[in-house]
Each structure stands twice: as structure tokens, then as C-alpha cells.
Design a protein around this ligand. Structure first.
Ligand SMILES: Cc1cc2nc3c(=O)[nH]c(=O)nc-3n(C[C@H](O)[C@H](O)[C@H](O)COP(=O)(O)O)c2cc1C
Length: 326
């Protein structure tokens, strides 16, 4: 960690501030002549619900500073991932940032088409704050829609779509997919050829329960379930990729079916389970007790990941597997 004295080393301070992951907004207004002005801002913060207030901080050195000092209204537009180029335009010194852009006026302020959320505001207050002005807006009207957000961290845009693409790519590669499914403090195990194992298949099959999928196997043993999060992604010793989800059982299994069983966490017979099932359930049990689930991604040159509580062997050209908060 680097320590720095504020004022003496603003570059380090900027880097330290920049560690705060944010979204990206474009703040817009019209000047007295009706000319549209705007700047990219990640200093947006929601402030109050009643009254509805928000704030953004504007650099005193910005070309549009005087316009915003004189404006009675402004709008904040929260950008979607697809609007990255708009962020760059509004962070530039372009004379006409609105050229070729689709927008419409709401309460006299430009609202950009396609943004995730927008807030048309009256200026509630302006506060001098060092080299910035804090602009507090009272929300007059707003709108929102679902989209992938544009993120910003330490001077770079964050691509939240990447994770989805990675998962999609995984689904098109040869993988084994499984699930840890819980009901009333018990976990579902299926009788394998030699030992008890977690439900698994070539794909998840959540929607159509395709043959060979996890949900097809669940259907066969009379279990209705839903999965929530990715829980683990790792290569086994044969370099096969395994992707495990966690989820809950809504119905079943049939207690008379000898091929399937629900086992309480405190009653696990580890020796009767497949290696993967034992390793995953051990980790799941301790994380469940702490109510702090992680996502394990294994890709280790060292071939062993201790953090998950034992013995998942992993291959790869990367460093030791990481744990991320889910
Ligand atoms: C992601 C991102 C976030 C930014 N956040 C702010 C901000 O919160 N406040 C600010 O004054 N400038 C911010 N900037 C810089 C301005 O967008 C930039 O200086 C812009 O050119 C100012 O407009 P103007 O000088 O053309 O009027 C940000 C830039 C980027 C790329």
C-alpha cells in the first residue's frame, strides 16, 4: 500500500480515490441561448429520497463550469455499457458534444436516448468544495430501464459484459456442469457408479432440461430446483473444466427413490462421496455457517488450491486460483 500526503502528491491521491468502482454519468444542461453543454462524471451520488436529491461534483477548470454555475436546471444520465463512446465524447473538449447524438429535452435539460437511468433536476444548491463545485439537484422527473451498466475503475472502463461472455464461452466448450442444491439444511446427493455425487451433466439445462443436462437428471429423480449463483469453476486433474452452481430445491426428491438422498450438513459421510462432492460440500458447509459464499475460480500452476478447504487439483497457465465475493 502506498501512503501519500494529500496536497503533496495529488497523483497518488487520485489513484487512491480511483480505486472506488463507480458507474459513469453524463451531466447535461442548456445555456441561456439554448446551447447544450455536458460533461462525463463519475462523482454522481444519490443523496436523499425525501426530498429527492442527488449530487455531482464539477471541476472548476471545466469549460462548461460557468454554464453550470448559471443554469437553473440540469440532467444526470447514467450510461449503459453500449454508451462508452458517449462517455469519451463528453470527457473530451469537443466543441459540440451533442452532434449526431439522439436526445430529447425533459424540463429543459437534455436526456440522452438509451441511457439506463436519467434524472431531470432543478438546482437545489451549489456548494464550493476545493477545486470542485458540488451541484445538488432536486429530481423533477426520472426514468430507468434494464441494461448492462458502464463501470469505471482506476482510469479504465469496466466491462461487466465480460463475465457473461465468459460464461457463454464456457457453455460452448466441453465442460461438466453441476449444482449444490439445498433444502431444509440438507444437500442433494445422487447415487453414482461407486460413490454419492452432486447432480451434474454436460450443461445446466435450466430452461429446457435437455438430455444429459443437470436439470434432466433432476427431473429423472423428481426434483424441482432453481439455481442462483455460480459457485465454483475449476479444472480437474484430467484438465476437464467443471462449473458448479448453487441453488435451492423447491420440490422433491421422492423419499422412496433409492438413487437420490438429502443429507444434513452435520451428517456428511465424506468417505462415501466423490472427491469433487466432498471438496465442494466441505467448503460450502463452512461458508454457509459464516453466511459468506464465495466464487472459486481455479487456474493454478501450483495445482492445489487450499483456500477451498482441501484438494481440488487445478491446471492452467495462470496464478493460483482467486476467491471473489459473490
Ligand atoms: C469516467 C470519467 C469520469 C469523470 N468524472 C468527472 C466528475 O465527476 N467531475 C468532473 O468535473 N469531471 C469529471 N471527468 C472529467 C470531465 O468529463 C472532463 O474534464 C470534461 O472534459 C469536462 O468538460 P469540459 O471541460 O469540456 O466542459 C470525468 C471523466 C471521465 C472519463
Amino acid at each position: 500500500m502506498t501512503a501519500s500526503t494529500p496536497g503533496k502528491d495529488n497523483w497518488e491521491l487520485k489513484k487512491a480515490f480511483g480505486n472506488f468502482l463507480t458507474g459513469v454519468t453524463v451531466v447535461t444542461t442548456q445555456d441561456a441561448k439554448g446551447v447544450c453543454r455536458g460533461f462525463t462524471a463519475n462523482s454522481f451520488t444519490s443523496v436523499s429520497l425525501d426530498p429527492p436529491l442527488l449530487l455531482v461534483c464539477l471541476d472548476r477548470s471545466a469549460v462548461c463550469f460557468e454554464t453550470f454555475v448559471g443554469a437553473g436546471r440540469f440532467a444526470v444520465n447514467i450510461l449503459a455499457d453500449a454508451q462508452r463512446s458517449i462517455s469519451s465524447v463528453f470527457a473530451s473538449k469537443n466543441e459540440d458534444k451533442f452532434s449526431g447524438l439522439a436526445w430529447h429535452a425533459v424540463h429543459d435539460s437534455p436526456v440522452l436516448n438509451g441511457c439506463m437511468s436519467w434524472f431531470a433536476c432543478d438546482v437545489h444548491d451549489r456548494i464550493d468544495a476545493g477545486d470542485h463545485m458540488i451541484l445538488i439537484g432536486r429530481v423533477l422527473d426520472f426514468g430507468h430501464r434494464q441494461a448492462t451498466p458502464l463501470g469505471y475503475h482506476n482510469g479504465n472502463y469496466v466491462n461487466f459484459e465480460l463475465e457473461r461472455h465468459a460464461i457463454e464461452a464456457l457453455h460452448s466448450a466441453p465442460v461438466s456442469v453441476g449444482a449444490i442444491l439445498e433444502k431444509d439444511g440438507k444437500v442433494l446427493l445422487i447415487k453414482g457408479r461407486q460413490r454419492m455425487r452432486l447432480p451434474r451433466g454436460r450443461s445446466l439445462g435450466e430452461k429446457k432440461a435437455e438430455p444429459g443436462s443437470v436439470f434432466a437428471e433432476l427431473k429423472k429423480v423428481g426434483v424441482r430446483a432453481s439455481v442462483s449463483f455460480v459457485y465454483s469453476l475449476f479444472h480437474d486433474v484430467h484438465d476437464r473444466l467443471h462449473l458448479y452452481y448453487r441453488g435451492t430445491i423447491e420440490d422433491g426428491p421422492d423419499p422412496a427413490n433409492p438413487d437420490v438422498t438429502l443429507v444434513a450438513f452435520q451428517d456428511m459421510d465424506w468417505d462415501s462421496m466423490s472427491d469433487h462432492a466432498a471438496t465442494l460440500i466441505r467448503r460450502y458447509t463452512s461458508e454457509r455457517a459464516a453466511n459468506r459464499f464465495g466464487v472459486f475460480i481455479g487456474s493454478a500452476a501450483s495445482g492445489m488450491v487450499s483456500d477451498v478447504g482441501s484438494d481440488i487439483h487445478v491446471h492452467g497457465d495462470d496464478q493460483l486460483g482467486q476467491r471473489h465475493c459473490a
